[in-house]
Design a protein around this ligand. Structure first.
Ligand code: SAM
Length: 236
């Protein structure tokens, strides 16, 4: 399966640089990812290429106008001949999770719209049948980083993208809890020793220890994950 990602932004150079690096670059070279970055200004029709305007009702800042965004999404749908899922980056949206990443990885196309200034004219959400999506309870200056965060989380779930397919199974959130603590050489670093069990060579004991540690860490840092989850151990 090839995942197609279209990103609509006022700052194509911000996202292109990252999309051309590391995992995302590799996924594209492997033919598992296709992406296109669209400059929102290309979808304006006035000579000043205006993308923003004052908010109705007054108040500080500017708002991204609906017409260029709507035109950009229509254009992408037209070019790709499908109804790719439209995601608007917004702190007011549904919080992005590993579960949503998994759903998106199973789809074939997503269109991500990056906001700026005070955000996007609300009517675009309905008109583009879009979903607002947030990467957390804080406010950034633009949707470019959120779009890249989502793109990377999704693409690493596409089969074939990771060198070792098993590595994602032990990632945090895959089993509903945090991952287990990891150690590498040296065995003694500044007097701090690697837990004995990890060098015992006894795989069943190692798995049990890792499961216990993952649960302990989750209870301490993310008790919310345990509350309503029937925990499935990652190593079972
Ligand atoms: N006035 C808006 C509000 O209070 O909801 C915030 C606008 S923010 C300064 C500008 C843009 O950054 C947003 O339109 C959105 O695209 C992006 N953005 C900021 N924080 C974000 C977050 N936590 N998740 C996703 N996108 C975010």
């Amino acid at each position: 399966m090839i995942l197609r990602i279209d990103i609509v932004t006022l700052f194509p150079e911000y996202v292109e640089g990252y999309l051309n690096t590391a995992l995302l670059k590799r996924a594209r070279k492997q033919g598992l990812l296709k992406y296109k970055v669209h400059n929102l200004r290309a979808f304006t029709t006035d000579r000043y290429r205006t993308v923003d305007d004052y908010p109705f009702g007054g108040g500080p800042g500017m708002v991204l106008k609906p017409e260029p965004i709507y035109r950009a999404v229509r254009y992408i749908h037209h070019c790709t001949g499908n109804a790719g899922r439209v995601l608007i980056m917004s702190p007011q949206g549904r919080i992005f999770t590993q579960e949503i990443a998994q759903c998106l990885a199973e789809a074939s196309h997503m269109i991500m719209v990056c906001g700026r200034y005070q955000g996007i004219d609300e009517r675009v959400i309905d008109l583009c049948r879009a979903e607002e999506i947030s990467i957390g309870n804080y406010v950034l200056s633009g949707g470019e980083l959120p779009a890249l965060v989502i793109a990377e989380a999704v693409i690493r779930l596409v089969p074939g993208v990771l060198g070792d397919e098993d590595s994602r199974k032990i990632d945090s959130f895959q089993a509903g809890i945090l991952g287990f603590p990891q150690y590498t050489r040296p065995r003694d670093y500044q007097g701090k020793l690697v837990p004995e069990v990890l060098v015992s060579g006894h795989q069943a004991r190692i798995d049990q220890w890792r499961n216990e540690q993952a649960l302990i860490k989750t209870r301490v840092y993310r008790p919310d994950l345990i509350q309503d989850t029937i925990v499935k151990h990652p190593l079972e």
